[in-house]
Design a protein around this ligand. Sequence first.
Ligand SMILES: Cc1cc2nc3c(=O)[nH]c(=O)nc-3n(C[C@H](O)[C@H](O)[C@H](O)COP(=O)(O)OP(=O)(O)OC[C@H]3O[C@@H](n4cnc5c(N)ncnc54)[C@H](O)[C@@H]3O)c2cc1C
Length: 433
Amino acid sequence: MAWDFATDEDFQPKLDWMREFLDSEILPLEAIAGDCTPEQWRELTDPLKERVKQEGLWACHLGPDLGGQGWGQVRLALMHEILGRCEFAPMIFGNNAPDSGNAELLAIGASAELRRRWLEPLLAGKMRSAFSMTEPDVAGSDPRLIRTRATLDGDEYVVSGHKWFTTNGSVADFLIVMVVTNPDVHPYQGCSMILVPTDTPGVRIVRDIPNMGEPHIEGPPRPGGHAEIVYDNVRVPATNIIGEPGDGFVLAQKRLGPGRIHHAMRWLGQASRAFDMMCERALSRSAHGSLLADKQMIQDMIAETKMEIEATRLLCMHAAWHMDRHGASASRTQIAMIKVYGTQMLYNAIDRAIQVHGALGFSADLPLESMYRQARASRLVDGADEVHKVTISRHVLRGYAAVDGWPSEHVPTRRAAALERFGDILETVTANL
Ligand SMILES: Cc1cc2nc3c(=O)[nH]c(=O)nc-3n(C[C@H](O)[C@H](O)[C@H](O)COP(=O)(O)OP(=O)(O)OC[C@H]3O[C@@H](n4cnc5c(N)ncnc54)[C@H](O)[C@@H]3O)c2cc1C
């Protein structure tokens, strides 16, 4: 029997340190982040990154050969649950999206030279990266439709296409671009990933797209923006390909699997923060002669939220455990389930917390307003909910078969079968009455 829900004793102190560090050093920065210039922000956060490195908690998603800890997904999940409480924390721990996924991608597939040139500074926190796959003209939900092309010309690839929602694209030092390298075969064999330095001639950052998370984009580009990018005959060395030509989809699965589960754990951190705020307010505010906490409808919201958080946590830990045992590809259904369920849990938790705070919850005087807007993206980022539900139901249905005639639970049919099997006993019992 190995159903063990306990955290390893030697690991718990690391989680305790992270929680304390987050509360005392990182969360206070949140209230002034919007006022800082990039230089001021670096001055504030660089010492924190050093503390994390000294503690041996920098870039824990990577193996020891790359300066990380080589933690499995279960440990990473517990860490992301804590870091998820504050949007800046993953960056201070060297494992923020999209850099963390891109680093894993380069670690898996890049040549030694690409790793030296791009991965090492990325891991050291000296560079930023972006992952450029989605295009405005075709459905991102069906990446087989990708149009951006990379054509081999001598010892260079020439990349042409139009992407958007490339997170951090406008501040990245390099872009990992999903392209068609061979249009004559199925896209699963004809797509590749190519590393494009952002300052290569022909890379045009059109804009950071105003969105629900950041409706009014002003000033210079900042991390967290979602860029629209035109690649206009961009020439890069053929050796900038990651993996082999045609490896694009295989690499994408490897990159997106861990990324999705890390997102889900960060959502748990966000939801727990909203939940803490909701409970505090319920115990502090009175109306109609009693505390909100004493009203059954508020208790219902608290109970529902707690149950959804716990259910998500179990699903998430199970998915993490499954990945550690069986790898990302064999865990696609578990990852899809946590992606869909986690987004709903997150949205419900923040929505209820806003409700319990009344007008204050709706105002920008609390972080809930911004958390709610950011949370909406979770139903689209890394694949729309509907697409993940397709994955889940396809997998589930593989365990079933169609029947000819009545459903297998049809009562008259089952009764006839039972009478035939047990009829003798029924007759004996009846005769003895
Ligand atoms: C905040 C944010 C950050 C992002 N960051 C990145 C990034 O860094 N890099 C990157 O490449 N992309 C990024 N994306 C893009 C994201 O991956 C896509 O938005 C997503 O894959 C959906 O693609 P789409 O927007 O083209 O929607 P579409 O594919 O056009 O889908 C629209 C809707 O159609 C429905 N739908 C689609 N397929 C099905 C189906 N089979 N069954 C039922 N309904 C279906 C769903 O409701 C879906 O929401 C980001 C998006 C957001 C919002």
